[in-house]
Structures are given as structure tokens and as C-alpha cells.
Design a protein. Structure first.
Length: 447
């Protein structure tokens, strides 16, 4: 009898909590940690596709076909078909096929789904040798020149179709740019809802709302190491140990990959520290962006990955993240450099920072003659980065086996103006931080 009562109680408890089970995202299992297959990545067997001719063009279009397609501005631009899928009418309704396309003149983040209604079929060319054509494209791809061609092709094949189209984070809804390998159960979702404090993500808004009613954390985990006011906003940095806050850091990587093309998703986040930048108001701490760095980098990297979320771009926060990474290097007393390869936009951002820091010192007439080594010790910028920056600015000459800095005052002013503002400036006096101590961590691990 007692056993029957116990079973009845368990059944009642299960029913009472059924609605809440959807609230918490389960910790990823080993199987979930494998990158999921992008939607539509499997091509339909060619013998299953029923072709139909429209204006002399076989429909549906083949993968790799090129044609002109209407863009948001109403103009027609050349595109390449990356993937296709049958519409509501199935494979026999050839006109309803949808095509995931790449606009040849635009970045991959603008790839999208279109239909033949947006295309000028008179310009269509079926691709008989797509692999050869794409190989030729990669050979002239300046943006990814530093990447191994084979690795680049493999990467683009796996990530060619965006799986999540939108994310909601706090007050912001953002269109995603790239594929991110979320656990398989989330790959059919067009939109995900993130908690901006814990970074738990959900399939439905109702799940997020129930989670928010229960959460008592209104800031990222970890330690707040910086806070200052600038331009009427309060900014704060949190240092988060990937080993101590694994789920938060993995979710941050999932989110970041939606906006970074060639980021490697680290499931083993134990080896990294994450520095999360937030805007602070009466509602809490709102994630603006972040950068990560290895706890112990043999190459001297002071930054592994950096992202400013689209909702906060063009506000000076990206420059702040770069500047903050070098303030940590100064505190450590170690020369630093970002992890390679840099994207084209990353190189522009870093070169702007290096230009402002170096020329501000060279402009100071009170300083004695500066060598490249002196500049490196003052700024903690690696000597190779200093040389490449000054060469780019035509301020460095190589004479009698040594580099000579040739910096006329008017030329310095010209380059400083071209480099733009420093963005949201970092106040080093507001940084309260102790560098990571690997020996101490190892001692704690051994007990």
C-alpha cells in the first residue's frame, strides 16, 4: 500500500513540473557536442528531381548554377546557387523550389534563400564544373588568403547554409550571418531566444519568459574587473574562466559563431579566459561583445577571438575590446599580439589601433629618439606588428641593415586623422585585475 502511495505521489509531481521541464536547456551530451549538419546540406538525388523547362532553362536550377537575382535595393546582381530545397508542393512543383544563394559581389553573411520569382532566368548558366570554378575563386580570395585552401573548402561545405536565421537577445532581435553548430535538436529552429544574462537559449519565447521569472542573475558569471562611464554609458568587463563556467562559455561560442565566419568553435573552453563587455543600466548588465584569450599561449597571443554583437556595432566598442586586451598585456608585462590569421576587417581594426598608439608616442616631442624596441616596451605591441604598421604607413626605411623611423610631424597628423577616433576609451586606473597564475591553478588542482 505504501508503495502505491509513493508511485501516485511521483506521478503527481511529474505532472506538476511538466511545464517547467522545457525551461532549462539540458547540459550538452557528448553526442550533442558534434557540429550538426546544416539544413539542406544533403542534395536531393538527381534521379528524384523532375526537370521542367521555363524560357529554355531547366528548373529546378542545379547547385552551382549562376544567374542574376534581385537584391534588397531592387537591383539585379549575379548569384551562385549553393543549395536548393523543394517548396510546399514537393519536387513536382518546380516553380516553388527555394534556392540558398551567394551574391558574388557581397560577403557570405548576406547569403539567403530566394525563389525564381526574384531571378532573371535569361541570364542563367548551369554549372557543369562547379568544383573547378570555386577552386579558382578561392585562389583569388584576398579575404581568406591566409587560410589553407583545402581547409577553407571543407569549412565552407560544412557551413554553407545558415541554420539559425534570427536570435533575440534582450531588447534586440538580430539577423544572423553564418552557420553555427548548435545541438541537433535546435537546427530546425529559424529563431532562437537567448537569456541575455545566462546565455541559455530556447526554441520559444514562452520558455525564455518562464526562465527569466526564475533567474536571479542579472550579469554574466565570473569577476567584474572593470567599470567606467563614457559617453553617457556605463561599461563593465567580466573575466570568466572557461573551466569554471563551461556552459556559459560554450553558449557564448555558439552565439558568436552566428556572426563570425571562420571562428573555430571550442567545446573544450577550459583552456580559455573570456572577457565579456557589458552596458550597465537599472535592468542589469547587457552583453555588448567579448574577446577570449588562451590562459597560457606559447605564441604570445593576447587575444584568440573577438566579437561585437551587431546591435552594438559602430559605437566604438570594438576598438574598446582591442584596447582592453592590450591593457591586460601591460598589466602582465608581456608583449602581445592577436591570434592569426586575421580577417580583412580584423586587420583594419588592429592596424587602426596600432597606428593611433604608435603615432601618439612618436608625436610627443618631449620623448627622446624612439626605437622599435622602445615602442614595443611602451605599448606591449609585438615588434613585427610595429614594423608592418609603420611600413604600411610608409614611415619606416631600412638603411645599413637597420630600420629607421622617418616620421615628419605633418605626416603623423595626416595618418592619425585617417586612423579615426579611439572609440570608447579604456581608463587603466579603473582596471582591478590579477593576471592568471598557471602555477597556482595547478597547485589547486593537485589539492
Amino acid at each position: 500500500m505504501a508503495a502505491e502511495k509513493e508511485d501516485t505521489k511521483k506521478e503527481a509531481d511529474a505532472k506538476a513540473t511538466k511545464a517547467e521541464k522545457d525551461d532549462v536547456k539540458p547540459e550538452p551530451k557528448d553526442d550533442d557536442k558534434k557540429p550538426s549538419e546544416p539544413l539542406g546540406s544533403k542534395k536531393p538525388p538527381e534521379d528524384d528531381v523532375i526537370k521542367k523547362s521555363i524560357d529554355g532553362v531547366g528548373i529546378p536550377l542545379d547547385i552551382g548554377a549562376t544567374v542574376k537575382c534581385r537584391w534588397r535595393d531592387g537591383q539585379m546582381y549575379p548569384i551562385r546557387v549553393i543549395e536548393r530545397r523543394a517548396g510546399p508542393g514537393g519536387k513536382e512543383a518546380q516553380e516553388e523550389y527555394e534556392y540558398y544563394v551567394h551574391y558574388e559581389q557581397f560577403n557570405r553573411r548576406l547569403d539567403t534563400w530566394v525563389t525564381i520569382a526574384d531571378m532573371d532566368l535569361s541570364t542563367a548558366e548551369q554549372d557543369e564544373d562547379g568544383k573547378k570554378k570555386r577552386k579558382a575563386e578561392h585562389e583569388h580570395d584576398e579575404e581568406h588568403a591566409e587560410f589553407d585552401p583545402n581547409a577553407l573548402r571543407e569549412h565552407e561545405e560544412v557551413t554553407k547554409v545558415r541554420n539559425i536565421l534570427k536570435v533575440e537577445l534582450g531588447r534586440h532581435e538580430m539577423d544572423t550571418w553564418y552557420f553555427s553548430p548548435f545541438p541537433p535538436e535546435y537546427t530546425t529552429c529559424k529563431k532562437l531566444f537567448f537569456c541575455e544574462f545566462t546565455l541559455n537559449f530556447f526554441k520559444r519565447k514562452e520558455q525564455l519568459q518562464r526562465h527569466l521569472r526564475k533567474t536571479e542573475m542579472y550579469h554574466p558569471p565570473g569577476d567584474e574587473i572593470y567599470r567606467s562611464e563614457s559617453r553617457g554609458k556605463t561599461a563593465a568587463f567580466f573575466e570568466i574562466d572557461g573551466k569554471k563556467e563551461k556552459i556559459f562559455c560554450q553558449n557564448l561560442c555558439y552565439l558568436a559563431k552566428l556572426f563570425l565566419d571562420h571562428k573555430t568553435l571550442y567545446y573544450d573552453v577550459d583552456l580559455f579566459l573570456f572577457y565579456v563587455l557589458c552596458e550597465v543600466d537599472e535592468r542589469g548588465y547587457h552583453i555588448v561583445g567579448y574577446f577570449s584569450k588562451e590562459k597560457c599561449s606559447e605564441e604570445g597571443y593576447n587575444l584568440a577571438c573577438i566579437l561585437t554583437l551587431p546591435a552594438y556595432q559602430r559605437k566604438g566598442y570594438g576598438k574598446m575590446l582591442i584596447s582592453f586586451s592590450y591593457e591586460l598585456s601591460k598589466k602582465e608585462g608581456k608583449v602581445g599580439t592577436p591570434e592569426r590569421p586575421l580577417s580583412d576587417l580584423g586587420l583594419v581594426s588592429y592596424r587602426g589601433y596600432w597606428t593611433r598608439e604608435l603615432l601618439a608616442i612618436l608625436k610627443d616631442e618631449s620623448r627622446a629618439v624612439m626605437s622599435i624596441k622602445d615602442l614595443s616596451e611602451l605599448t606591449m605591441i609585438k615588434t613585427e606588428d610595429i614594423i608592418s604598421t609603420l611600413q604600411h604607413l610608409n614611415l619606416l626605411a631600412y638603411q645599413k641593415g637597420a630600420y629607421v623611423i622617418c616620421a615628419a610631424p605633418e605626416l603623423i597628423e595626416k595618418h592619425l586623422k585617417a586612423a579615426g577616433s579611439a572609440g570608447v576609451e579604456v581608463d587603466p586606473t579603473k582596471l582591478i585585475w590579477t593576471p592568471y597564475n598557471a602555477e597556482k591553478e595547478y597547485a589547486n588542482f593537485r589539492g
